[in-house]
Design a protein around this ligand. Structure first.
Ligand code: DGL
Length: 270
């Protein structure tokens, strides 16, 4: 029994960290496509090809259910995968919906018509590919009316995180927050719409100010996965071994992962 967690690189570890703590008895197989990161500057076909290759590797490791712990892959490839690619006995879930349900005060699977919600001004920070897909705005429009979303494509941040350059990542985060605040001076909520960004959550919060509620995905996705597995226990696949796979150099990726999560994490070649 294993569940797969996919990301373009290290960012999905923020989700992996939360789900492994929330579901300690479930084996998880993590796949980081570090050789091809960042996805956020690629086109949709490229993201689709890379994501499906990674998900197939997770199936081979005994996972029937894969969480795309990558907003860029969720935005650019998930719908196409579900509509035309996914075999009947497999599932792939994205990371948008739990976040948008939290923002719009909905329980899982509440498909009632869109309604007014408390927040009116939302700042979205995401990769250029996620921002240009407008997938966030589309999912939000199914659930809420009257919410003004200002999106900031945060070029460079994923690269800096993947390089382990926290000083550059911090400088870029502060400049992206400033750029957004010039267009929306007083957001009530901010969405970290890339799984790499929780690694910089304190900087986002500091730059935005204490009165802005910052939503990040890790715990919301963990709760939603626990709920999903309660309802679909058969989707925990046949794999029994937890492991972390990378298309990059395993020793470099292990060291960076350990640096970010502040506990030893070992990767093996995918
Ligand atoms: N962490 C990913 C996301 O949530 C991917 C970032 C990238 O590879 O550009 O969007």
């Amino acid at each position: 029994m294993a569940v797969g967690i996919f990301d373009s690189g290290l960012g999905g570890l923020t989700v992996w960290d939360a789900v492994t703590k929330r579901l300690p008895d479930v084996p998880f197989v993590y796949f980081g496509d570090n050789a091809h990161t960042p996805y956020g500057v690629r086109d949709a076909d490229d993201i689709f090809d890379l994501t499906t290759a990674g998900v197939e590797r997770l199936w081979a490791a005994g996972c029937d259910l894969v969480i795309l712990a990558c907003n860029t892959a969720s935005a650019a490839a998930l719908r196409r995968m579900q509509e035309s690619w996914l075999p009947e006995d497999k599932r792939v879930l994205g990371v948008f919906v739990p976040l948008i349900e939290a923002l719009t005060e909905r329980n899982w699977g509440d498909n009632s018509p869109p309604r007014e919600v408390a927040v009116k001004h939302v700042a979205l920070f995401a990769t250029p590919a996620t921002v240009s897909s407008r997938a966030f705005q589309r999912e939000l429009a199914f659930r809420a009316v009257g919410v003004d979303v200002e999106a900031q494509p945060c070029g460079g941040v994923v690269d800096a995180i993947e390089q382990g350059d926290e000083i550059l990542a911090e400088a870029l985060v502060r400049s992206h927050v400033e750029a957004l605040k010039r267009r929306m001076p007083h957001p009530e909520a901010a969405i970290l719409g890339c799984t790499h960004y929780p690694l910089m959550q304190n900087i986002f919060q500091d730059a935005l100010g204490a009165d802005v509620t910052v939503y990040s995905q890790a715990d919301l996705v963990a709760d939603s996965l626990a709920d999903y597995l309660d309802r679909h226990p058969e989707m925990v696949g046949p794999g029994k071994v937890s492991m972390n796979l990378t298309t990059g150099d395993p020793s470099t990726v292990s060291n960076k992962a350990t640096q970010f999560l502040k506990r030893r994490i070992d990767f093996h070649a995918a």
